[in-house]
Ligand binder design. Sequence first.
Ligand SMILES: Nc1ncnc2c1ncn2[C@@H]1O[C@H](COP(=O)(O)OP(=O)(O)OP(=O)(O)O)[C@@H](O)[C@H]1O
Ligand SMILES: [Mg+2]
Length: 731
Amino acid sequence: MKLDDLVERYGMPRQVIEAIKKAGITELYPPQEEALKKGLLEGKNLVLAIPTAAGKTLVAELCMLKSIFKANGRCLYVVPLRALAREKFDEFKQRYEPLGISIGIATGDYDVVDPRLAKYQILIATSEKVDSLLRHRAKWLGDALTVVVLDEVHLINDPGRGPTLEMLTARLRQVNPDIQLLALSATIMNSNEIADWLNAELVTSDWRPVPLKEGVYFGRRIKFADASTRELTVDAREELAALAIDTVREGGQALIFVSTRRSAQAVASAIAKHVRDLLTSEERSSLDEVAKSVEGALGEPTRTCKRLADCVRHGTAFHHAGLHSAQRRAIEDAFRQNLIKAMAATPTLAAGVNLPARRVVIRDYRRYEPTFGSQFIPVLEYKQMAGRAGRPKYDKYGEAVIVARSEDESEVLFEEFIKAKPERITSKLASEPALRSHVLASIAAGYVTSLRGMLDFINHTFFAYQYGAGQVAHVIERVLDFLKQEDMVRQHGERLVATPFGERISWLYIDPMSGVVLRDGLRRAQQIQPTPFSFLHLICSTPDMELLYPRRRDYSELDLFVAEHANEFLTHIPDEYSKPEAYEYFLAEVKTALMLQMWIDEAPEDSIHERFGVGAGDIRRAVDTADWLLYSAQELAKLFKIKGVAPMLRDLRKRVRYGVKEELLELVELRGIGRVRGRSLYKAGYRGLADIKRAEVKELAQVPHIGLEIAKSIKQQLERGLEGPHEEIEV
Ligand SMILES: Nc1ncnc2c1ncn2[C@@H]1O[C@H](COP(=O)(O)OP(=O)(O)OP(=O)(O)O)[C@@H](O)[C@H]1O
Ligand SMILES: [Mg+2]
């Protein structure tokens, strides 16, 4: 169907069609057409379960814009990841802001509800942020919304994210049963169950904008499912290099999925020398620019930065969660511009970010599972990776190739992956930590006032659809007992009410268990002389902090540290002999706290990476969580009137955020000045803002790591007055 036809047939405003046409889209893809035929633009709920890159977003755009123009609608677009929120935000803004549509993004602090959020016609938010808004009873969310889009809804299957997605969906429908729901999903076996649960029409299809050829590689030969084959004639010893070069030589790009970060780095380096020869001189100079930005992303290049920059100069890259987000963005952009020709990535890349390549190579299709040993990865995961193959407009077809280890295995791979159907997804709501948090939130926000009411509400979740609410009743009762025992919830007759403690925990968006750990630790802090490490360890002993597990060679050092600092801990130290498992867990907390300690002591990043086996991205994630937990501790100290800890927590929080010693706290308030440049200024005699004010731009520019641009910028900032801590542009 031509896009133009939507005006007459569905009453789509002409200017919307023109805006979409500007992006080069003139016709609807067949599954998109089917979505409209099923009544999407007449307000029907819809589940759209179609392959990767088959254009789910456009369907959502049409639905939202019709509602905005024809019914003065308000729309909410829910995504699983911040990176994805940003991608959609940029796209929608570019396309629809010229039409006068206001578009907002919300992924920031969980305990702030900015009333400005209510004014956007399209709001893009992560599921956690929406959940937190609902906890704050942001009334407009329910009242004003006309359309809610749930992107990547198959993540209901994910033990970490799934429960939140399910609860917020049920909650939104509870507060406003008239909301039109549009759920976008990868192809899964039981999309009909999702549709049934949401009372929605279902569109499924295998149609792809670029045909996909799936095959298995063994012995220099790819055998495709359509019986065609391809012999590799590339002169490269490494198989992955041969597979990549084979397509790069013909103008394609390769995306190679491996299971570990180390492999990704090794593969990207191994391919680099082969790719370099295939680059034009313009490509080389553009890549040099990208390499520079990647190398300078942290202020002071680490080994990983240098290695990545080196790959980029050669037209390859590795992509994993250990990289700084700025580096990931830079290489994703360079890949989209067809500058980077081959990229080796861990599977995190496969989820949602729009990054197609002509050839996708899947090397690692087994994973070690603690109780089962080495297992094939789920078909759903394979399909998500394979589905990345084929760039619309550039490639006539995409190729997804699995690398077999033996001839025999080739056949198995055809059966287990290529011919297999993705698994059925199942609700993960019955997990105790998830329910702890959601049960408390339901009571604290007043959505639920009794056990009966809680069970009634659970009845509307996907869990209840699949298993019946009765299956979680006992977990809910156990969770309620815990909440009552810790005085977050009180019961008067049948009626459940949250205490101020419970309410605060729900708003802070932390696990109630974390609230208990923090409360008890803060009380203990009044009895000892706490150090910054005391609080770093305290936050690491909450379940909200992701821990670094000790390796064998870490043990003796950690043991020694614990012995020497025994009187600094705010939690009980488990006995090594009678409780070996608890002790081991405790050492993981200590190790994680030590990483944060090194960070705030200004240890060079490289040494932190080396000692803890982490990357820049891991440190930034730990820092974000630590920042939030320290803030939570501050709030609880206020609530429980715990004296004397507030100033220490406040300074520690700033130090964690910037990774600096106390003496740099003033300098890092300047935008563009972090731990490396701050230290550099300090060493050159600029100890505070007053010193900078007195200095000439020329003098500042000569300080190592500063340079003219930054010198100018910090002088300007001081002239204009500081803006306060620089947050992401969220509201
Ligand atoms: N009708 C169309 N004609 C041409 N291009 C289109 C059309 N519809 C969508 N596209 C383009 O296809 C690309 C992929 O679309 P989109 O990101 O919506 O995929 P998706 O279905 O959400 O896949 P994923 O599972 O990866 O999230 C986008 O660049 C989009 O602009
Ligand atoms: Mg999508």
